[in-house]
Design a protein around this ligand. Structure first.
Ligand code: HEM
Length: 512
């Protein structure tokens, strides 16, 4: 025997140790982006329950911050260029969505476009919805958007309790709900018993889906093996499966109603009409059509209502900009008629004001997370496949290198040149002037409709009222309702700007 057993053992041990050390030191997992220390097993999951605080903390750690939520990788993107590099310029890799078992797979049976992965079904649904909501189609909804904004202003002026804390909230919620239902089904809410029942059921769906997606709501999200538990032993599963059937029936009935009106020749333009007309072209099944339309309320109504709340608060607390917008409205429109969407090209300051509110107070301040579908590297940092990407919209939109030294402040004039005309938008903002509508292939498909409707709502509110706050208000805290965030309720005074304002609005409404 030339080599003794101890020698072999020592040699083998050294070899194995060297191999493990090499693997350890060359592992891409040692090159993750920097991030806060988490707890064993839980990682940073507890911190992430308060996203607003967590984003503020992560901002101090860098442009790209790695976090771990119970073994799931996530990054927080705090910089607009980095967000665009990954989510826009590498959209082929970064367009997935995190798996959400209870909300997407059970309640929606995989049919919600917002939470579904980057799949063939998503591509077909997205193309069809783009057809019904792109700039050219968005014009067909102008009449409805103006009507809803006029009704909103009249409702505010007729409510004697509107100046109580949050007294405007239910008006804005009704406005946004009615707007989305008008655009989707040509079914605005006009106060009939049937309308109220419909609105009530839609709110129920919204509440259920929001609760199902809330972080930590269901253990099955962390232990997917629990999905095998039979429904009769798992209330969360039973409720979701039964809920799916009820929701599908309801969504189908709304589409059937549009079909009836199309047959009788009474149907005005709507998203569903486009989806039905273009069904063959986009290859959507009946159930995909119903759910593509139904989900509009979930994504469109809260965001729209929250934005009108921020518009009101921003202008009520910045009277100098409010007066400048009103002076523009008075000189272009006067007091003999109310504003229309076609006036927009002559109202650069009002347009800039809306852009500025959406930049300054994005309704979805950490967007909707994307997921990477492959391992990737960015500036020497490893991003593993399956990483959730949250964008800190406020940090991106207030980057001083892009928006100037006063980026944290409300200043619509930043969007105007010395002649008072709109300047070209900063890079990577897709002509929006901010990144509040998200990125890449998942960018908000409703943004043209949202911009048109919010423009006319802003113009009509400012034309009709002087807005002012009463008592205390909070410009910094976001009331977190899941994806959408609104301001803390405040007291707002809506003072008609001239005696005929309301009668002109009512007359314009009748004449339309
Ligand atoms: C100012 C109001 C709104 C804001 C700030 C907003 C913001 C967003 C954001 C941040 C996303 C995620 C983008 C991403 O993943 O990168 C999104 C997605 C989406 N939005 Fe909006 N949104 C608004 C209004 C609307 C409206 C009115 C509609 C419908 C008419 C709508 C329909 C959608 C849909 C369907 C998606 C999912 C797109 C997908 O996953 O492919 N949004 N929105």
């Amino acid at each position: 025997m030339l080599v003794s057993y101890p020698t072999i053992t020592v040699g083998a041990s050294i070899f194995i140790l060297a191999y493990l050390a090499k693997r350890y030191f060359s592992s891409p997992w040692r090159r993750l982006p920097p991030g806060p220390r988490g707890y064993p097993i839980l990682g940073n999951a507890l911190d992430m329950l308060n996203m607003q605080q967590f984003l503020a903390k992560s901002y101090a750690l860098g442009d790209l911050v790695y976090v771990n939520a119970i073994g799931k990788s996530a990054v927080i993107i705090n910089n607009q260029r980095v967000a665009a590099d990954l989510l826009d310029r590498r959209a082929a890799t970064f367009s997935g969505r995190p798996r959400t078992i209870v909300a997407q797979e059970l309640w929606c049976n995989g049919l919600s476009i917002v939470t579904m992965g980057h799949t063939d079904r998503w591509r077909r649904m997205r193309r069809a919805m783009h057809e019904g909501l792109r700039t050219a189609s968005a014009k067909t909804y102008h009449e409805m958007e103006v009507e809803e904004a006029r009704l909103l202003a009249l409702a505010l002026s007729n409510d004697k309790d509107v100046s109580t804390p949050g007294g405007y909230v239910h008006h804005y919620a009704r406005y946004a709900a009615s707007l989305i239902l008008a655009i989707t089904y040509d079914r605005p809410i006009r106060g009939t018993a049937e309308d109220e029942k419909m609105a009530h059921f839609l709110e129920w769906i919204l509440t259920k889906l929001e609760a199902a997606t809330a972080p930590g709501a269901h253990l099955v999200e962390y232990f997917p093996v629990m999905l095998a538990i039979p429904a009769k032993f798992a209330k969360w599963k039973r409720d979701a499966l039964e809920g799916h059937v009820k929701i599908s029936q309801f969504y189908n009935s709304l589409v059937d109603d549009v079909k009836r009106r199309m047959t009788s020749g009474e149907a005005r333009p709507s998203l569903v009409r486009t989806l039905i007309d273009e069904k063959q072209h986009f290859g959507l099944s009946e159930v995909e059509t119903s759910w593509a339309a139904g989900i509009m309320y979930i994504v469109g109504s809260d965001t729209q209502a929250a934005m009108v709340e921020w518009i009101t608060l921003a202008l009520a607390t910045h009277p100098e900009f409010q007066r400048r917008a009103q002076a523009e409205l008075d000189s272009v429109i006067g007091h003999a008629r109310s504003p229309r969407i076609e006036d927009r090209s002559n109202l650069p300051f009002v347009t800039a004001t809306l852009r500025e509110v959406i930049r300054w107070k994005p309704a979805a301040p950490y967007g909707i997370p994307h997921v990477s579908e492959e391992d990737d590297w960015y500036e020497g940092m490893f991003i593993p496949k399956g990483t959730m990407c949250f964008v800190n919209m406020v940090a991106c939109n207030t980057n001083t290198e892009i928006y100037g030294a006063d980026a944290a402040h409300f200043n619509p004039a930043r969007y105007l040149d010395e002649k008072g005309q709109l300047k070209p938008s900063p890079p990577d903002t897709k002509d929006e002037g901010h990144v509040s509508y998200g990125f890449g292939r998942r960018i908000c498909v409703g943004r043209h409709v949202a911009n048109d409707a919010l423009f006319i709502a802003t113009a009509i509110l400012l034309w009709a009222f002087d807005l002012s706050t009463i008592g205390e208000y909070d410009l910094h805290t976001y009331v977190d309702k899941g994806v959408t965030n609104s301001p803390k309720p405040f007291r707002c005074k809506f003072t008609p700007r001239f005696p005929e304002a309301m009668s002109i609005l009512a007359a314009d409404l009748d004449a339309a």
